[in-house]
Design a protein around this ligand. Sequence first.
Ligand SMILES: *Cc1c(COP(=O)(O)O)cnc(C)c1O
Length: 221
Amino acid sequence: MSYLSIKEELAQHQVELVAVSKTKPIEAIQAIYDQGQRDFGENKVQEMEAKYQLLPKDIRWHLIGHLQKNKVKYIAPFVHLIHSVDSLELLFEINKQALKNNRVLDVLLQIHIASEESKFGLDKTELIEILDINESKNTGLQNIRIRGLMGMATFSDDEELIRKEFNGLKDLFTFVQQSYFLSDQSFSLLSMGMSSDYRLAIEAGSNMVRIGSLLFGNRTT
Ligand SMILES: *Cc1c(COP(=O)(O)O)cnc(C)c1O
């Protein structure tokens, strides 16, 4: 699908597009940038850092893959949104590196919604533990801002299963918004949906999709 037709479809639903450019060369990213796209997603720290150096500085870089604590320092100076916070320890490290860079870093908490074991993410108990700690004033998490939730559905062609998982995440999002962020509009992002399932995600209430292969073509690596 062309960039502009995807953009138009998403605009009708007021859904933000993160163009997932992992494994794609600079020229391919520049071509989409030239059509107006500014939000790009990468899943590896080193690759994102290298591309950040080479591409226009007004790109908003989204880290969408699993993040190791010892690598936060490399992206803290420039990352726009980290979608994949899956532990309290990681959140504290992001806060520490944000402080060092004199920034407040926006993050999403990644929730495990798929039936596969392999996908990263928090369960509801772990999520609530993090939210309780974030809410108490003296824990020192002044340099991070929890902007919403992220999740990945099972890789499957069972639409009912995918729908169920996305609806579950949307319900959890609403619960968190009402229980923790009633007076804080900044908790507003629900990042769910990829090339194969973004329409189901939007139907379930997503407002940010992460689309790679549909935009850039299939990845060979
Ligand atoms: C690769 C990736 C995507 C995009 O996948 P496509 O199927 O190419 O659209 C979205 N989210 C995450 C976390 C990814 O790693």
